[in-house]
Write a protein of this length. Structure first.
Length: 128
């Protein structure tokens, strides 16, 4: 669903996907600063067409995806070697960053190891 509080369900767990890239088509003179949105939100109920009164992070797990390639001539978003991933349980975000609306790559690297595309399923299965 378009404005859902999470992106997908895997093995009964709600997963929120966040993505970022150093190279943006509107920025040609410098790399983008890598920051991901982790702010708590109200959940939208499609049956009542109203937002909940409770504000919290609705997913169980966050998958942060970084298109890490910095060479515009080599950039290929379909090449999974150009990506790195960070998987974080929401409870860990809530413990460490309860009020924070964003998280930097530096902070993310302190709480989660880099995961390669081929390792995503295995790491996700271990965490959930």
């Amino acid at each position: 669903m378009e404005w859902d509080a999470f992106d997908l369900i895997y093995r009964g767990k709600k997963i929120e996907i966040k993505s970022a890239a150093y190279i943006q088509f509107w920025h040609t003179d410098k790399f983008s600063k890598i920051i991901f949105n982790i702010g708590a939100k109200r959940e939208y109920d499609y049956s009542t067409r109203k937002y909940s009164t409770e504000i919290k992070r609705k997913a169980d797990v966050y998958d942060f995806c970084l298109l890490k390639e910095k060479d515009v001539n080599n950039l290929d978003p379909l090449n999974m070697n150009h990506w790195e991933f960070y998987i974080v349980l929401t409870k860990d975000l809530d413990e460490r960053f309860p009020e924070q609306k964003t998280i930097s790559l530096t902070s993310l690297e302190k709480i989660s190891p880099k995961v390669k595309y081929g390792e995503l399923k295995e790491i996700m299965d271990q965490l959930i």
